[in-house]
Design a protein around this ligand. Sequence first.
Ligand SMILES: *Cc1c(COP(=O)(O)O)cnc(C)c1O
Ligand code: SF4
Length: 397
Amino acid sequence: MDWRARFPDVSERDWRDWRWQHRNALRTAEDLGRVVALTDGERAGLAHALGRTRVAVTPYYASLMDPVHGSCPIRMQSIPLAGEAAEAPGDLRDPVGEETHRPARAIVHKYRDRVLFLAVDRCSVYCRHCTRRRITFGADAGFDRDAIDEGLAYVRAHREVRDVIVSGGDPLVLSDERLDALLGGLRAIPHVQLLRVATRAPVTCPMRLTPALAALLRRHAPLFVVTHFNHPVEVTPDARAACEALVDHGVPVENQSVLLRGVNSSARLLIDLNERLLACRVRPYYLHQGDLAEGTAHLRTPLEAGVAILEQMRGRTSGLAIPHLAVDLPGGGGKVTLSPDYVLGPGEEGAPGHWLRSWRGARHFYPEPPEADCTCPHEAVYYAREPAEPPAGEGDA
Ligand SMILES: *Cc1c(COP(=O)(O)O)cnc(C)c1O
Ligand code: SF4
């Protein structure tokens, strides 16, 4: 449905202005009740959220809602449900163990070479499944300039960090100026090779992706934008234009979906989503198993459901459309990936090799090669010629 039918008093100019979208976010049952017929579950969820968690939906994202059916994927992702009040066994305030890997307020450092840089605690839409809801729902202190400076100092002091994921919250709620200052600060650190900006703006507020912002991000290359589409209905012409603006400016875009029960827990929907994303030149990266964040149990799937979905995708769409199914281990162990097991078992006596099954279910034999030693003899020679330090400052501004 065209947004004009839902928001008849809004000018085109205001609608296209991301700051207007933020200022006019729908936050209350009264606001949302003007756009959709709220269900009892949504009313109860909104009442429970009052004073506990942030609720905000940009008019743009709200314009994608099904006004009649509460099962709408946009509604389920952005309007709290009564299920948020339920406590499920295993729920955690810090579901993936970030607090014990937080050497500075803005930094989560779990892997040797990569850090998360939490730049802000706000978002344009508060996803009901957010893994970092302890931060984005307003319970933690926000990130001020001191926290950002401390984070920059940490990265500067840690030469092993070569990949920085700027996240939050949604860093694209920051102004171009503040974002440029942060990215420039990171780019000025010689050992930082790769930047990623994790944002849901292409999905929830595509008007944020102006040509000026795309050009700004390109200046800090190599920089990947990692976004978060969950359902094909989110791939609108506006969202497509936002992603293409980035890619056209030379900024690669990757997508991370969260597997959500009753929202996108279907191979058909995920194939459709990822084919549409590829058509926008966005590459599916991770499909995240739901983390054990408090108040999200009603949206989680059993582990087998995700593996079964991957199995249904393999062979039926482009390999490029198939993401990795990632489980971020409770307790801070980091991410691991799950996939269907295609190995049936070893070959018979006298025929070394393995029986595998195809995506269609047929048995196929893969024999062992004559030699099993896989060392690369030239490797030592190749690295003996390399400089001892990684080439620094390649992407310096
Ligand atoms: C997910 C994550 C990363 C990045 O992991 P990749 O597998 O490289 O995408 C880095 N740090 C933390 C703390 C993370 O949760
Ligand atoms: S945009 Fe990301 S950080 Fe913000 S609420 Fe959604 S999932 Fe959480």
